[in-house]
Design a protein around this ligand. Structure first.
Ligand code: KG4
Ligand code: ZN
Length: 342
């Protein structure tokens, strides 16, 4: 079965053709990172407009790279939410239109849940029950999957998403967007014990909270440049030394990963899953992977970087499961939902 997966929830326009939910025949991603980097983050209006410009060429490239035509495609899977409304609309309208005129079944996919499916595209495939830590620019979730479509939320962030915390802290220090990538690059050159930052322990729950950590970074940096809590964050970049930036990158990264993996381990001990996976843009981090492998007493496998950040292959992989379960959505009725729940 060949599924075309479409993803436009944020700043990546992506299309992929996946065979039988696990063989990636093509995976095309047009990233807008260069466009948004000059603003220090994603500008929703610009994101939506860029999706319109490239979505059809991206789909055509996904088909031609896979060496298939529309006749070969058995169904279309698209991100229905959560994400930026304008961005989501471009993907869902495109998918609905194509499904309608080409008489293809349509599958509505939850972006956050689909991130976990990047791990179904690697060998060996993880076994169920499966515990997933999914962290990106828009979400931070712990999910327990009994089977591919039977899952529940164990914990989530109460404020900022993990990737969002990376992006904001990087911005404070004048590092380029996306912050997770910048911090990942600089951290190995810093002392990860230079600054003591708080690990928020939400005792008795599997939730996360990162806003206190972000504020602690701001206060520490304000003090480092001889200012106080009134010093505006935009004054920081020009007044921090390279050493201070590297040390903060390393200390912040260590603290956030200790928090994430601490909760992952707590969930592991509570539910004893057969496998554990990490997903979402932040799971591309080598340092996070090292920390997970160190703490989780299972043989760990990780998806390649290009399947961790937003892509169409993970959408197609989840679409395949929906297809097997015959969970189609009428193209005329598919709802686009920026805050789609799990
Ligand atoms: O999943 P994703 O591509 O898009 C969303 O759904 O948000 O995740 C993007 C997030 C950004 O916040 C970015 O800073 C973070 O993932 N990220 C990383 C790394 N690569 C991307 N964070 C830490 N280390 C990385 N190597
Ligand atoms: Zn994502």
């Amino acid at each position: 079965m060949l599924i075309l997966g479409l993803e436009t929830s944020c700043d990546e326009t992506a299309a992929a053709v996946v065979k039988d939910g696990r063989h990636v025949l093509s995976n095309i991603v047009a990233s807008q990172i260069d466009i948004h980097a000059q603003y220090g983050g994603v500008v929703p209006e610009i994101a939506a407009r860029s999706h319109i410009e490239v979505i059809l060429p991206v789909i055509n490239e996904a088909l031609s790279t896979a060496g298939v035509t529309w006749d070969d495609i058995d169904g279309i899977a698209v991100t229905a939410g959560p994400g930026l409304f304008g961005s989501l609309l471009i993907g869902t309208l495109t998918a609905r239109t194509i499904a309608h005129i080409r008489h293809k079944p349509l599958y509505a996919v939850n972006h956050v849940v689909a991130h976990t499916f990047a791990n179904m595209l690697i060998d060996p495939q993880p076994e169920f029950p499966l515990l997933a830590l999914s962290v990106s620019g828009g979400h931070s979730h712990l999910l327990l999957f009994e089977s591919p479509l039977k899952y529940r939320l164990l914990g989530r962030t109460r404020d900022d998403a993990g990737g969002e915390a990376f992006d904001k802290v990087a911005k404070m220090m004048g590092l380029p967007y996306p912050g997770g990538v910048s911090i990942d690059k600089l951290a190995p050159e810093g002392d990860d014990r230079a600054y003591k930052l708080p690990i928020s322990r939400l005792d008795g729950t599997l939730d996360f909270s990162f806003s206190g950590l972000k504020t602690a970074v701001l206060r520490t940096l304000q003090t480092e440049i001889g200012g106080d809590f009134r010093t505006h964050s935009s004054e920081l970049p020009g007044r921090l030394t390279d050493t201070q930036i590297k040390n903060m990158a390393a200390s912040f990264q260590r603290t956030i990963y200790e928090t994430l993996v601490g909760q992952l381990l707590r969930a592991y001990n509570q539910y004893h899953p057969k496998s554990v996976v990490i997903a979402g843009g932040v799971s591309a981090s080598r340092r996070l992977r090292a920390e997970v492998s160190r703490q989780i007493p299972l043989e760990m496998n990780y998806a390649p970087m290009q399947l961790c950040t937003d892509n169409g292959a993970m959408i197609a992989a989840m679409g395949y499961e929906l297809a097997k379960a015959k969970l189609t959505t009428n193209p005329l009725e598919l709802k686009t939902d920026p805050s789609l729940a799990i």
